[in-house]
Design a protein around this ligand. Sequence first.
Ligand code: SF4
Ligand code: SF4
Ligand code: SF4
Length: 639
Amino acid sequence: MSKKYVMGNQAIAMGAIKAGVNLCCGYPGTPSSEIIETVAKYNKNGKIHVEWSVNEKAALEVAAAASYSGARSLVTMKMVGLNVAADPLMSLAYVGVKGGMVIVVADDPGPISSQTEQDTRMYAELARIPVFDPISPEDAFEMIEEAFSYSEKYHTPVIFRPTTRIDHAYAAIDFDEEVNPASYEGFVKDSKKWVIFPRLSRMNHEMIEKRNPKIGEDFSSYKRNTVEGKGDLAIISSGINYQYTKEALKAFDRDVKLIRIGTPYPFPESFVREALKGVKTVLAVEELEPFLEQKLTELVGIFHLDIDIKGKRSGNAPLAGENSTDIVKEMLEAFFAEETLEELRVKKSKDNAKNGNAEEAGIVECGAESRPAPPMRPPVLCAGCPHRASFYAVKQAMKGRKANFCGDIGCYTLGNAMPLDMVDTCLCMGAGINMAQGFHWTNEDTVNFAFVGDSTFFASGMTGVVNAVYNDADMVLCVLDNSTTAMTGHQPHPGTGINMMGDVVSKISIEAILKAVGLKKVITVDPLKLDEAVEAVKECADIKGVTAVIFKSPCIALYKPEKKFEVNEKCVNCLKCIKEIGCPAIVREDGKVKIDTSLCTGCGLCSKVCPMGAISAGGDKNSAGQIKAGGDGNNKEDK
Ligand code: SF4
Ligand code: SF4
Ligand code: SF4
């Protein structure tokens, strides 16, 4: 046993190992990605099967069979991934499991790195499966073992729902590195149990509706549903918001009860009723949906309790976005003053204006101490990112032609930023390929492009390609193949030739898949060979049917640049390099264009854009062609 200082996701993985998990699988997605990586790191004896599955649906189905066999399984994803896994989730809730199954779904209030502010508690209720809400990495480490036990006790998958601030917080954990998964029976055939038919569904649905109140009752004595303090005012909270509230309460000298809900669904009604005894008003402090608020409303209605509920609906909590200790402090201030947040803010603003404090009147929302806002750092493709060259090549090829550019989820969503401006739509994983087809059927005389990364192609792009070929659409698929899942931390995928058990496996060729599916043309090109890339796009755009350009060049995080580029004396300050490609390494200093060599990765794209030949490889202006990683870009190897 040794103490380790780890992030929340690592603590979750370590808790699952401690719980004797047999199989772990998932799909990368911030803020959940480090869980699988941590299990793989400690799985030195290979006793746990660990995998990055091609997507969340595949992961959940792999885990379902393991749990049917009596093994303990852990599935990880971010909340939007649960949409992909929703089909098996809904059925699995009805069928149930034998070995414990914990589905870790990381929610992302803000959102900080997601498309939506989806609340997994709503999914848990929809699927009728229990959900666990940890308040810290230490809590998560202990709680996940309990989640496995409840899963086995009630033969149901359970959801474990950390949010970003829990996933990314750090704490010291006592951990025994030895991996000893629990033993299990193996699959015992029983078609009346494991084959979902309408009759079985109806029976199991009724069973679940009768069972869940019992789980709620069981949760009422669960040690992570707690109440502290006294008085006729109460605050109900869960997860990181419980921590914000505890901290914020220190600023007020008020008697108040603080109720922590560790299991939002099924709601521990008896516990909450008991905790609310003597309470006249309760404030729900939570992010995303007003889930606890809704549960309180039901409780108060069913039991005719004389309790006033404050929260998002009453204007006492922000409707969207992430909370913080300061925001919760402001919520408490309004709550104690019996005002809404809006009323409090208006009053503060007027007071500040009256006192001549113009800045506070208009800007500072809460908190005694005002801090300068951190500088804005807009998200941008890295200097030397091969996607920049791919987008630029398509842009050049389509000059003077009407074209729609459908983006997707990955680093390349950042192709929407100026000056590239090459992402017209972005909806969800894999959507761009189908959307390009929709544009084809509804927009005459346009060339319709879909950009998809290599990992996304395997996760949810392939079916869209089949749809396009089958329905005879005209579109150009651009696969931005950087040989990794870059955005979530460079995880391997089926095209990289390595898996999470550390095995070297066959690389699945995207080019071979596209040819097998029957595309009219498939061209693989290095985007840093700009002229060839432009020609490839033009050729594909002129062919009817589905064609593809595979832009193959590794993410700059996968190789070490050997040379940097510099602006030389031929520069006429035309700014074309800045205005057309937007590489963050190219800057203006004292009115002159310069390359920040601490950022430049030597991709050489700018040297091809410059009309004056004013950008060359640093140190040796004639050696660009010899540079391995980048250089003039003509000899980059796939790693
Ligand atoms: S070579 Fe040019 S485009 Fe490439 S990273 Fe360096 S400055 Fe940016
Ligand atoms: S991490 Fe890699 S793929 Fe993502 S923006 Fe940077 S270079 Fe491009
Ligand atoms: S494109 Fe070339 S000439 Fe124009 S500013 Fe950039 S380096 Fe100078």
